[in-house]
Design a protein around this ligand. Structure first.
Ligand code: ADP
Length: 504
């Protein structure tokens, strides 16, 4: 597009449908529109069909399933549906690789392979980002600036630990666990794979990992990277499939550890299956995090933190700040600023670089969000959605928040996993703590205040694995992440994340 064309596209247009949300203002004031800024996808390589990546080779499955772009509802590719037999093949290949090669590979050699994976991922960062966005619906600016850089940062970080484990755990005797089974969800496919594969390899284990139903593609791209990095055959086996495939991994007798990220419901099923065996288990499950805004907080920053906390990745985030607790004295101000901010969020094509809120990952998830939002309306909560136009095709949902919410309402209790916030209030720190902890979950929380002492008091009292202060949704490979209560147990990231892949 030439500069002249761009300027023409950037001309002020009057919104015919009030698409800015400020309907009265829209009729008087000119409304500036963004020129489209689509990320190119013509040179991205996606095969029409992906086989299973077992023993370092692409192996056929009996059945395949379509993976769809949730923003267009178009089929992108097909992925193998791994059967019980396929899982068995993958596990046996991992076992062979463990016994014959990986357990005998010196730690500093393991490190080199992991570094190599990180570096090749880095070279292909843009391709990974585009595929993640096409397969999952998240805005390209997020996959480019969060998912992919963080994923490869985990490989770099754990590569560094591979030959230093005795310094990580001095005076202890330890060994790798063996063959580990890893099951991941659809909200951060590549990142979750990195969280799991990198520490497993660094500690000397071999891996069978399964992607989620709707997002198999970036894991298969990662399989190509692993091939390119020359990792010995069978050290990482990548398969796709649904719940039955996951269950076959969990129940396989040769799997020595399960690392699962997904719903609390499936986490409970897995815990039951593993009970009575000596398999190690880590579960990273749902959340209903409290994001707490005190009256002395920097309000504008806090509003950005609220937006990042709940609308990042369309709210498909287990640690999303989905319950907002605002101190009563600033409630009206925060709600006013939040409304204003929501009107400027751009919902639409995830591949457009201007998009803030992309597509909901699947029709099923869209139905779940709609059902819970309707329950909020039926239970008498007040809904706010900006007046924005949603694309005609694809699965989209407007950024939404509710006020007049009681703690007992479903929208304040259940994980929605969508761009929907419940606004509640409190008067004192003690009340904020009680309300924040009034949930079955305990994954994360946010605290916004000017007072350091208040931060420390709150952090100690809130039962959540991660508590952010004056920020939200910040991740780093060196920081452990994980939950309490029905959000699961075990930690991923940091030294704690290594521990889960070792036997002491
Ligand atoms: P979500 O609600 O995020 O889709 P799920 O828990 O349903 O969460 O899915 C997370 C992962 O768990 C997916 O890879 C899915 O295929 C897998 N899964 C679903 N059911 C089972 C099961 N019974 N045993 C093992 N894995 C399962």
């Amino acid at each position: 597009m030439t500069f002249r064309e761009k300027s023409a596209a950037l001309h002020s247009v009057r919104s015919a449908n009030g698409s800015t949300g400020s309907s009265s203002a829209a009729s008087k004031k000119p409304v500036w529109e963004y020129a489209p800024s689509p990320e190119a996808k013509d040179h991205i390589e996606i095969k029409p069909q992906y086989d299973l990546f077992i023993n370092g080779k692409w192996q056929k499955a009996k059945k395949y399933f379509a993976t769809v772009n949730p923003a267009t509802e178009e089929k992108i590719s097909e992925a193998a549906l791994a059967s019980k037999d396929d899982v068995n093949r993958a596990v046996l290949s991992a076992e062979r690789a463990y016994n014959k090669v990986w357990s005998k590979t010196p730690p500093k050699e393991r490190a080199k392979y992991i570094f190599r994976i990180a570096r090749i991922m880095q070279e292909k960062a843009r391709e990974f980002a585009v595929i993640e966005t096409m397969d999952g619906g998240k805005p390209i600016k997020e996959s480019k600036s969060v998912d992919v850089p963080l994923a490869l940062a985990h490989f770099f970080y754990y590569a560094g630990w591979a030959d230093k484990l005795k310094y990580a755990f001095p005076n202890s005797a330890f060994s790798p666990v063996g063959v580990v089974g890893q099951i991941i969800p659809w909200n951060f496919p590549l990142l979750m794979a990195a969280w799991k594969i990198a520490p497993a390899l660094a500690c000397g284990n071999t891996v069978v990992i399964k992607s989620a139903e709707t997002t198999p593609l970036t894991l298969y791209k990662l399989a190509e990277v692993i091939q390119e990095a020359g990792l010995p055959e069978g050290v990482v086996n990548i398969i796709s499939g649904a719940g039955e495939t996951g269950a076959a991994i969990v129940n396989h007798p040769k799997i020595q550890k399960i690392a699962f990220t997904g719903s609390t419901e499936v986490g409970k099923l897995i815990m039951r299956s593993v009970a009575g065996t000596d398999k190690k288990l880590t579960l990273e499950l749902g959340g209903k995090a409290a994001n707490i805004i005190f009256e002395d907080a920097p309000i504008d920053q806090a509003v950005e933190g609220i937006v990042n906390g709940i609308y990042f990745n369309q709210g498909h985030v287990c640690c999303a700040g989905s319950r907002l607790f605002v101190q009563e004295s600033v409630k009206n101000l925060v709600v006013k600023k939040l409304k204003h901010r929501l009107r400027s969020l751009r919902v639409g094509d995830p591949l457009d670089k201007n998009t803030d809120v992309g597509a909901i990952n699947s029709k099923m998830q869209l139905n779940k969000i709609t059902e819970l939002v309707n329950s909020g309306i039926e239970e008498g909560c007040s809904i706010y959605q900006p007046e924005c136009e949603l694309p005609k095709r694809g699965y989209f949902f407007k950024p939404t928040f509710f006020t007049n919410v009681a703690q007992s309402n479903r929208i304040a209790q259940e994980e929605i996993f969508g761009p929907v916030l419940s606004v509640l209030t409190f008067r004192t720190p003690r009340e904020a703590i009680e309300k924040a902890n009034n949930t079955q979950y305990g994954l994360s929380a946010g605290i916004w205040t000017d007072k350091g002492s208040k931060i420390f008091k709150m952090v100690g009292a809130i039962k959540a694995g991660v508590v952010w202060s004056n920020t939200y949704n910040k991740f780093n490979p060196a920081s452990p992440f994980g939950g309490y209560k029905e959000s699961g147990f075990g930690r991923e990231g940091g030294l704690q994340g290594l521990k889960e892949y070792l036997k002491f």
